[in-house]
Design a protein around this ligand. Structure first.
Ligand SMILES: C[S@@+](CC[C@H](N)C(=O)[O-])C[C@H]1O[C@@H](n2cnc3c(N)ncnc32)[C@H](O)[C@@H]1O
Length: 248
C-alpha cells in the first residue's frame, strides 16, 4: 500500500487490515498488485426479505439493516467489478452472490472475455420454511478468471467439484457475524487460485474468514471492513489464529 499506509493495521508482514469503505480504499491500492480477490459483499438486502424471516437475532438484523441503508439499496456489481480490474495482476475473483445478481456477474465476464463459472455451497440443514418457495439451501459463488491467472491443478480431485456440501453455520461461533462463511470452502478457493506468498484481497472482510484461510495457506492478506465492530473481531480472530497446515 502507498499513501494509505498509516491507516493500515499491519498484524505482521503477511496481514494488513483496513478499517474503512472499500470503495474509498481500493483506489489507493497500486496497479497490478493483487493476485486474487475472494469476497462476500452484503447482497442479502436485494431480496424482499433480506434478513431471513424471523430466525435471525435482532442484533444481526440491525447490522444488515445498517448495511442496507449505507448501500442505499443499490449495491451495483458493475461498479465493484470494474473498480478491481486495475489492481489485479490478472482478473481472478471469487464472489458470493444471490441469484438475483448472477446475470450481472456473468454479463461482466462475457463482455470482458473472461472465463467464468458458478460454484455452489449446498447446505443440508436449511431452515424448514416453505412459504411458496423452495428451501433456502444453497449459496452461489461466481468465479471469474482471466487467461493466465493461477489455477492449481495438483490438489486432491475432491477439491474441484463445482459444489461444496456442508451444513450452514459451520463457522467459528465466537465471531458473531451473521453471514460468516465456511472456512473449508474459502480455503479450497484460495488453494486452487493462489500460491504461497501471493496477495489475496477481501474488500468486504466481515469476521475475517478469508484472512484465516490465508494464514493457514501462507498467502499474504489484505482485508477491508467498514464496520468497526466486525473489523475488531476480524483483527482479533486473525491475530489469535494458529495456522493449521496440511488441511487437505
Ligand atoms: C457478507 S459480510 C462478509 C462476511 C465474511 N465473509 C465472513 O466470513 O465473516 C459483508 C461485510 O462487508 C462489510 N461492508 C459492507 N459495505 C462495505 C464497504 N463499502 N467497505 C468495506 N466493508 C463493507 C459489512 O460490514 C459486512 O461485515
Amino acid at each position: 500500500m502507498s499513501e494509505n499506509d498509516n491507516e493500515c493495521n499491519y498484524l505482521d508482514a503477511m496481514v494488513g487490515l483496513h478499517l474503512g469503505d472499500c470503495f474509498e480504499i481500493i483506489p489507493l491500492i497500486p496497479d497490478k498488485s493483487i493476485d486474487m480477490i475472494l469476497t462476500d459483499p452484503p447482497y442479502e438486502f436485494i431480496s424482499k426479505d433480506p434478513i431471513g424471516g424471523g430466525f435471525m437475532k435482532n442484533e444481526n438484523k440491525k447490522h444488515l439493516v445498517n448495511i442496507k441503508e449505507s448501500f442505499g439499496m443499490s449495491f451495483n456489481p458493475e461498479n465493484f467489478l470494474n473498480s478491481i480490474k486495475r489492481i489485479m495482476k490478472k482478473y481472478n475473483l471469487y464472489v458470493f452472490t444471490n441469484k438475483n445478481l448472477l446475470c450481472k456477474y456473468i454479463d461482466f465476464a462475457e463482455s470482458n472475455d473472461y472465463k467464468w463459472d458458478i460454484l455452489v455451497w449446498l447446505k443440508p440443514n436449511p431452515v424448514p420454511i416453505f412459504n411458496g418457495h423452495y428451501l433456502i439451501d444453497k449459496e452461489y459463488i461466481v468465479y471469474i478468471r482471466e487467461t493466465g491467472a493461477t489455477f492449481n491443478t495438483n490438489l486432491n480431485y475432491n477439491n474441484y467439484f463445482t459444489y461444496y456440501f456442508h451444513p450452514a453455520g459451520g463457522g467459528s461461533k465466537d465471531t458473531k457475524h451473521p453471514t460468516e462463511k465456511q472456512i473449508g470452502l474459502i480455503t479450497r478457493f484460495a488453494m486452487i487460485s493462489s500460491n504461497i506468498d501471493d496477495i489475496v484481497l477481501d474488500p468486504f472482510m466481515g469476521s475475517g474468514t478469508t484472512g484465516v484461510a490465508c494464514k493457514n495457506l501462507k498467502r499474504r492478506f489484505i482485508g477491508i471492513e467498514k464496520d468497526e465492530k466486525y473489523f475488531e473481531i476480524a483483527k482479533r480472530r486473525i491475530e489469535n489464529h494458529k495456522p493449521q497446515e496440511n488441511l487437505f
